[in-house]
Write a protein that binds this ligand. Structure first.
Ligand SMILES: *Cc1c(COP(=O)(O)O)cnc(C)c1O
Length: 365
C-alpha cells in the first residue's frame, strides 16, 4: 500500500538529533518555558521574517489566544472561510465572538476576496485567512479591505509553514498568525505544539502573559490567562526539523509539479496554483472527482491510500447546528468532491509515478 503520509519515516530521518535533544532537555533540569522554547521562538521568528514568535500548546490555542488578545468577544464578528478545518472557526466561537462564513474561490479553495466586503458590518473586527492545503491566500486585496474597514488580519498558517507570497513568508502576511506543529503538518512535532508570530509589540507582550496564566512576572497576574505553552521537549525537535523545512517543501513541490504535469484523466480536476510556485507548500494535494466513493475504492484496490480534507462542511457539523439551514453551495460542492492523494517529503519517486499511473487508468476499465 502506498501510504498517504509516512510519519514514522519522516521523523526517523532525525532519530539521532531527536534522541540527543530529549537527553539535552532531560539533563537541563528545566522543563517549562526554558532555553529551548526561547531559542526555537527566536529561530522561527527569524524564519518567518517577523519580529516576534511565541510558542504555545497547539494551533487552536494560537488562534484562540490571538483573538482573545485583540479583545474580540461577544457581539463581535470575525470573517472566516466556510470550507476551512473546524479549528479556525472554533477559535472564534471559543471567544464568544461570531464566525461569519465567506465562500472560497472554487479554483484555489482559499477565501474569495471578492466575497468578503458584503459580509463586513459595524461589528466586524477581523478577517481570518486560512492558507488552505498549503497555498497562500491572495493577500493584496484582503489587506486593502482590512485597511479600509480598520480590521485585523489573522492568518491561520497551520497548513502553510514556509509558503512565500510576494517575497514574504506565511506568518508575516497579516497582523498576527497562528501555526500548528501537529505531527502531520509540514513542520510537525512529536505531539501537540503551536506558535504565534507577529510584528506587533503590544500584542506580543500581552500574549506573552496570556499563554502563562496571564502572568508576565511570577505570581503576578495581569489578565485572566491560559496555560498554553510550547513543550520544552518539542522545541529542540522543531528546531532540528525547521532546518529541513525548505528542502522538504521543495520536494513536495516537485511531487506536485509531477502530478500536475502527468495526471491526465478527464474525470479528475487538478488543483490550481494562483501565484508564484513558492506560494504553495503542498501540505496536501487535493483533486476533485465526481464519484468520490468509487474513486477512493478504486485507489484502495490499487494499493494507494487517499483521505478527504474534509468530508463535512463546518455549517453542517452537529457542533454548529444553528447553521444547518444556511447554504454555502461552493463549499458544499467542494466537500462532496475533494480527495487528497499521497504527498510527503519522504515519498519515493517510484510511488509518485505509480500514483499517476493508477489515476490515469481510472474509469477506463
Ligand atoms: C491543524 C489545523 C489547526 C489546528 O491545529 P492544532 O495544533 O491541531 O490545534 C487549525 N487550523 C487548520 C487549518 C489546521 O489544519
Amino acid at each position: 500500500m502506498i501510504q498517504f503520509l509516512d510519519l514514522k519515516k519522516i521523523n526517523l530521518r532525525h532519530e539521532k538529533a531527536i534522541q540527543d535533544s530529549v537527553t539535552g532537555v532531560l539533563h537541563s533540569g528545566w522543563y517549562i518555558l526554558g532555553e529551548q522554547v526561547k531559542s526555537f521562538e527566536a529561530e522561527f521568528a527569524d524564519y518567518c521574517g517577523t519580529r516576534y514568535c511565541l510558542g504555545v500548546a497547539n494551533g487552536l490555542d494560537a488562534l484562540e489566544l490571538i483573538i482573545h488578545a485583540y479583545g474580540i468577544g461577544p457581539g463581535d464578528e470575525v470573517i472566516v472561510p466556510s470550507n476551512t478545518y473546524i479549528a479556525s472557526i472554533l477559535s472564534i466561537s471559543a471567544n464568544g465572538a461570531t464566525p461569519v462564513l465567506v465562500e472560497p474561490d472554487p479554483q484555489t479553495y482559499n477565501i474569495d476576496p471578492a466575497k468578503i466586503e458584503e459580509k463586513i458590518t459595524a461589528n466586524t473586527k477581523a478577517i481570518m485567512v486560512v492558507h488552505l492545503y498549503g497555498q497562500s491566500c491572495n493577500m493584496a486585496p484582503i489587506r486593502e479591505l482590512a485597511d479600509k474597514h480598520n480590521l485585523k488580519v489573522i492568518e491561520d498558517c497551520a497548513q502553510s509553514h514556509g509558503a512565500i507570497y510576494e517575497g514574504k513568508r506565511a506568518g508575516n502576511l497579516g497582523d498576527a498568525a497562528a501555526f500548528s506543529f501537529y505531527p502531520g503538518k509540514n513542520l510537525g512535532a512529536l505531539g501537540d505544539a503551536g506558535a504565534i508570530t507577529t510584528n506587533d509589540e503590544e500584542l506580543y507582550t500581552k500574549l506573552y502573559a496570556l499563554r502563562n496564566y496571564g502572568s508576565h512576572k511570577k505570581y503576578e497576574n495581569l489578565y485572566k490567562g491560559y496555560n498554553s505553552r510550547l513543550d520544552e521537549f518539542q522545541a529542540p525537535i522543531l528546531k532540528e526539523k525547521l532546518k529541513y523545512l525548505d528542502a522538504d517543501n521543495a520536494y513536495r513541490r516537485e511531487i506536485a509539479d509531477y502530478y500536475l504535469e502527468h495526471i491526465q484523466n478527464p474525470l479528475i480536476t487538478l488543483p490550481v496554483v494562483e501565484n508564484a510556485p513558492e506560494s504553495h507548500v503542498w501540505h496536501v494535494f487535493v483533486i476533485q472527482v465526481e464519484d468520490r466513493a468509487a474513486f477512493m475504492q478504486y485507489m484502495t484496490e490499487n494499493q494507494v491510500q487517499t483521505i478527504i480534507h474534509y468530508p463535512i462542511p463546518p455549517h453542517h457539523q452537529q457542533a454548529y447546528a444553528e447553521w444547518k439551514d444556511q447554504s454555502y453551495p461552493i463549499s458544499e460542492n467542494i466537500h462532496n468532491h475533494v480527495v487528497s492523494i499521497p504527498i510527503s517529503p519522504v515519498m519515493p519517486k517510484e510511488e509518485v509515478m505509480k500514483v499517476v499511473e493508477v489515476i490515469n487508468e481510472y474509469g477506463k476499465n
